[in-house]
Design a protein around this ligand. Structure first.
Ligand SMILES: [Zn+2]
Length: 64
């Protein structure tokens, strides 16, 4: 069964989602299974000698 409701999105915290799931089950006792969706970031680094190695990465850690 899927109801398509979603918890708020947070950054590096699962407390909000856990509280949301418990409250959701409280309101809908038959809804007891949840899917966790997470994002994982990778960083690439040009090899020595690659002309792009001279370009510094963004200072704010911006993701593209
Ligand atoms: Zn539900």
């Amino acid at each position: 069964m899927t109801c398509h409701q979603e918890s708020p999105v947070t950054d590096n915290s699962t407390t909000v989602q856990q509280d949301w799931a418990l409250a959701h089950t409280g309101r809908h006792p038959g809804h007891r299974g949840f899917k966790l969706t997470a994002e994982t970031y990778w960083r690439t680094v040009p090899a020595d000698g690659n002309p792009y190695a001279e370009i510094p990465p963004p200072a704010n850690g911006e993701q593209h």
